[in-house]
Write a protein that binds this ligand. Structure first.
Ligand SMILES: C[S@@+](CC[C@H](N)C(=O)[O-])C[C@H]1O[C@@H](n2cnc3c(N)ncnc32)[C@H](O)[C@@H]1O
Length: 246
């Protein structure tokens, strides 16, 4: 149970966001958020976030070609593709399957695809990370997931699916925002913002300690780095970045 001060400030924030709570109560906010607000907001946010993470992502994805299969193909699966901000980091000629629970990113996706014609777009699946049954077991060389595990309903279930679809020796690449240190003010504010943030930003949870889920998942090797990416005015500064090998 959060401290009384957290509960008090949560209530204050909820009062400020009352119109959204009301729309949610009437069943209007969630469909509006999925179809209009979130796709618009994500494209704007991605532009700001990308400027801050570009170098980190270039470093992260540099060794993607090392996971090319023995047949000479590099088959990638992206979970929560959104607007396709990662396409530019993928090596030329790789085959990409994109998945997302939200099918309303077509416009931004098309823009990103036309800018990134160095890769082959194989399939676009409307699918949750927790249920990738449309993808065969052991059929991909690398899975990519950036800023998605904060929103999935079941983190461990998603990681289980990642391990299923990866071939032995395949890799899981991630960049995720996570909970701040529990003794910090940042964590205090993450707790305050948690319920309203989750409602406004399509289920995004601020206080997940995702490195623990990754450590507990059955990868044979895990490289995880804790980094700070300041996004002024938001409580999502701490991130983890890295890759894990099946
Ligand atoms: C913050 S956006 C990140 C998009 C993109 N990966 C990026 O880095 O710009 C989160 C994405 O995850 C998707 N998403 C949320 N829950 C999901 C789930 N359970 N399975 C797959 N995708 C999900 C959302 O629809 C959205 O496209």
């Amino acid at each position: 149970m959060p401290e009384p001060s957290v509960l008090f400030l949560r209530a204050c924030l909820a009062v400020l966001a009352m119109p959204i709570y009301l729309l949610s109560f009437l069943g209007i906010w969630e469909p509006f958020c999925r179809k209009i607000f979130f796709p618009y907001f994500l494209e704007k946010l991605s532009t700001i976030h990308e400027k801050k993470v570009e170098k980190k992502k270039q470093e992260l994805f540099r060794n993607l070609p090392d996971f090319t299969s023995s047949s000479g193909e590099l088959r990638l699966l992206e979970i929560g593709t959104g607007c396709g901000t990662n396409f530019k980091y993928y090596p030329p000629g790789c085959k990409v399957t994109c998945t997302d629970v939200n099918p309303h990113f077509q416009e931004a996706l098309s823009r990103s695809m036309s800018k990134n014609q160095h890769i082959h777009y194989e399939r676009f699946l409307v699918a949750a990370g927790e249920d990738l049954h449309q993808v065969s077991s052991g059929s991909v060389d690398a899975v990519i997931c950036t800023l998605v595990l904060c929103s999935v309903h079941d983190v461990n279930g998603t990681l289980k699916e990642v391990l299923r679809v990866l071939r032995p020796g395949g890799a899981f690449y991630f960049l995720e925002h996570v909970a701040a240190d529990r003794s910090s003010w940042k964590y205090f504010w993450q707790q305050v913002c948690y319920p309203t943030w989750k409602l406004v930003f399509a289920g995004c949870c601020l206080t997940r300690e995702l490195w623990k889920n990754l450590e507990e998942a059955k990868f044979s090797d895990l490289k995880v780095q804790h980094i700070s990416i300041p996004l002024p005015g938001t409580p999502i500064k701490p991130h983890i970045i890295g890759f894990a090998v099946k």
